[in-house]
Design a protein around this ligand. Structure first.
Ligand code: FE2
Length: 206
């Protein structure tokens, strides 16, 4: 058997952009060990099993999400591909010593869209807390405007055709070990201490 005939996983689990302990005390190393090492890894591993030998076998992850969204016969591939993409985006939406002032370009858009940075954060918190069951809260760009959207389960702006700037995971596995049922405390702490406004600003206009 030569190298060309050895099948290898198409979709690779990206390394976390920081140590598992780097988001403490807001998110514990224990939560990240399960969330990244078990949940995210399982989405990637399951996806690779589902797509091997199919038309999706050579496709980039983002294209798999877009090609399978809204197709009932491909829902298993969609769920795992979307969750793989969402989690990579979530890790990059956070950083140690995050929060604080957004970069100037992003700040101007937040002010013109919501009135103030505080109002934008308030709306993001509201979406994250009110999302019923498992899902995601997103800051998205829609032309010259920023908007807050929430999505159920594995859905994202990517599968709805708009541009994601950052996200907060509000599945229980994201916070339950640290906050139990206090989702609002998790969301507030993430926004004040971990949110990566620079990542959101880098995504503007893409
Ligand atoms: Fe998650």
């Amino acid at each position: 058997m030569n190298a060309a005939t050895i099948s290898s996983p198409t979709i690779v689990l990206p390394a976390l952009p920081y140590e598992e302990s780097a988001l403490q005390p807001v998110i514990s190393a224990n939560t990240l060990a399960f969330h990244y090492g078990k949940h995210h890894r399982t989405y990637v591993d399951t996806l690779n099993k589902l797509i091997i030998g199919t038309e999706f076998g050579d496709m980039p992850l983002q294209k798999i999400v877009q090609a399978t969204a809204g197709k009932p016969d491909l829902v298993a591939i969609f769920h795992n591909a979307a969750q793989a993409w969402n989690h990579t985006f979530y890790w990059r939406s956070l950083k140690p010593k995050g929060g604080g002032e957004p970069p100037a370009t992003l700040k101007r858009l937040m002010e013109s869209s919501f009135g103030s940075v505080a109002a934008c954060k308030k709306e993001l918190t509201k979406a994250a807390v009110e999302e019923f069951g498992s899902g995601w809260a997103w800051l998205v760009q829609d032309g010259e405007k920023l908007k807050i959207v929430k999505t159920d389960d594995a859905n994202s702006p990517l599968s709805q055709g708009s541009k994601a700037l950052l996200t907060i995971d509000v599945w229980e596995h994201a916070y339950y070990l640290d906050y139990q049922n206090r989702r609002v405390d998790y969301v507030n702490a993430v926004l004040d201490k971990l949110i990566n406004w620079e990542f959101a600003a880098e995504n503007l206009g893409r």
